[in-house]
Design a protein around this ligand. Structure first.
Ligand SMILES: *Cc1c(COP(=O)(O)O)cnc(C)c1O
Length: 427
């Protein structure tokens, strides 16, 4: 990290730093376990007295190289990989909150995260209040309780494409002495680095643009090292009081700025075990090596597709923050001057049934559950992910019944538009 390289160079070169005679390319450490020469060496690892590898459920050299590349891209001080984006968001919050605690979350977030926070974590005794990210400071601050321990939101929300005012959210969180956790999946650090705007912890579903090829599910957590846990000692006992399962280690004292990731590894990964497989980390790294080339192309193609759709007579509405008349254009310009992401959403005149007919006519764009990879793909939440809901329930969930999520890939933009054109002509 000391070289201060720019993002493009970090994508290609960072993480794995081979020494004399070592493989030039990041190796897959396909080993569950690591060898030591005497019992004391191993004992010191278990006491967290020495750094080193002992079991891949906790740490693996392939994973660590990839995590450190992502940490460097985000401008953070430490990172870890998880088996999925779901695990990353779960660990990020569970590393701060315990049973009896509360946190605040934007209501414009990924459906999986909404279920995790609103239903599953509630069963573990951690409650969440969802707030409208566009609400006033006063309205958001009214959601804080004495036991509130964190604020969570997405840079660009999936699938509603709301752009977050990160700086404002960071100020609100810090006024109440709690960290801001940002899921930066859709923007990626190529387009936005939330730490520069005051966020404290960043998470990713690396499954999306970072992997980029739709080959491996994964997640990442990155810590800025900026949040002072000891300054709010009483709020965060998990970090500031002895961990009896580790001979009374106080993470914030022993590891200082590295406390958050150390605890998430030593405690949560040890006990819950959502490690990313080294093979998947290797594939993720291959994706990361071209992230800086792919993101601008995604944005360029998405903008062209959005502009085309906007002018089409059969299209009722288009949502893309890169369009100058979009509600979030100003925020997008501030936080993502180089472009937002490749995902756009739109609705067709005639609603739900027409949307279904249109999608069945697409040839290049494939109907898949996935989003944000190299191949253009499409999903109609009302017919797929949110299938069980009535139109009324859909509106409540912020998903219009006619909403088509169109994830623009890195093919030739004219071919993508031609595909839209022929499908629109057929309805
Ligand atoms: C997909 C996604 C997740 C969940 O990630 P998985 O890797 O599918 O577990 C979390 N947040 C956002 C913004 C996502 O798009």
């Amino acid at each position: 990290m000391s070289e201060n390289y720019r993002p493009e160079t970090i994508c290609v070169q960072s993480g794995w730093k081979p020494k004399k005679g070592e493989p030039r390319v990041l190796p897959v450490y396909q080993s569950t376990t690591f060898k030591y020469e005497n019992s004391d060496q191993m004992g010191r690892l278990f006491d967290l007295e020495d750094a080193g590898y002992f079991y891949t459920r906790l740490q693996n050299p392939t994973n660590d190289a990839v995590a450190s590349k992502i940490a460097e891209l985000e401008g953070g001080i430490a990172g870890m990989l998880t088996s999925s984006g779901q695990a990353a968001n779960y660990y990020a919050i569970f590393n701060i909150c315990e049973a009896g605690d509360h946190f605040i979350c934007s209501n414009s977030i990924y459906g999986g995260t909404f279920n995790l926070f609103g239903t599953t974590m509630k069963k573990q005794g951690i409650s969440c209040t969802f707030v409208n990210p566009d609400a006033s400071d006063e309205e958001i601050e009214a959601a804080f309780l004495p036991n509130t321990k964190a604020v969570f939101a997405e840079t660009i929300s999936n699938p509603s494409l709301v752009v977050l005012d990160i700086e404002r959210f960071a100020q609100i969180a810090h006024r109440h002495g709690v960290p801001l956790v940002i899921d930066n999946t859709f923007a990626t650090p190529i387009n936005c680095r939330p730490f520069e705007w005051g966020a404290d912890i960043v998470t990713h579903s690396t499954t999306k643009y970072m992997d980029g090829h739709a080959m491996s599910v994964g997640g990442a957590i990155i810590d800025s090292g900026n949040f002072d846990w000891m300054a709010h000692k009483e709020k965060f006992p998990g970090l500031t009081t002895p961990d009896e399962s580790y001979h009374g280690i106080v993470y914030a004292e022993k590891f200082g700025k590295m406390a958050f990731i150390q605890k998430a590894t030593a405690q949560l990964m040890r006990d819950l075990g959502s490690i990313q497989s080294p093979q998947n980390a290797f594939l993720l790294n291959v994706g990361l090596e071209t992230l800086h080339l792919r993101m601008p192309r995604h944005c360029e193609n998405a903008k062209k597709a959005a502009e085309y759709l906007k002018k089409h007579e059969k299209v009722a509405w288009v949502n893309y923050a890169g369009l100058s008349d979009n509600k979030y254009y100003k925020l997008a310009e501030k936080y993502m001057p180089g472009g937002t992401c490749g995902v756009i959403s739109f609705g067709l005149k005639g609603g739900r049934d027409v949307s279904v007919k249109f999608m069945d006519r697409l040839k290049l764009a494939a109907i898949v559950t996935h989003v944000a990879d190299a191949r253009t793909c499409v999903l109609h939440p009302a017919s797929h992910t949110h299938r069980q809901m009535t139109d009324e329930q859909l509106m409540e969930a912020g998903v219009a019944p006619d909403l088509i999520r169109f994830s623009v890939g890195i093919e030739n933009a004219e071919d993508i538009i031609a595909d839209l054109e022929q499908a629109l002509a057929a309805i």
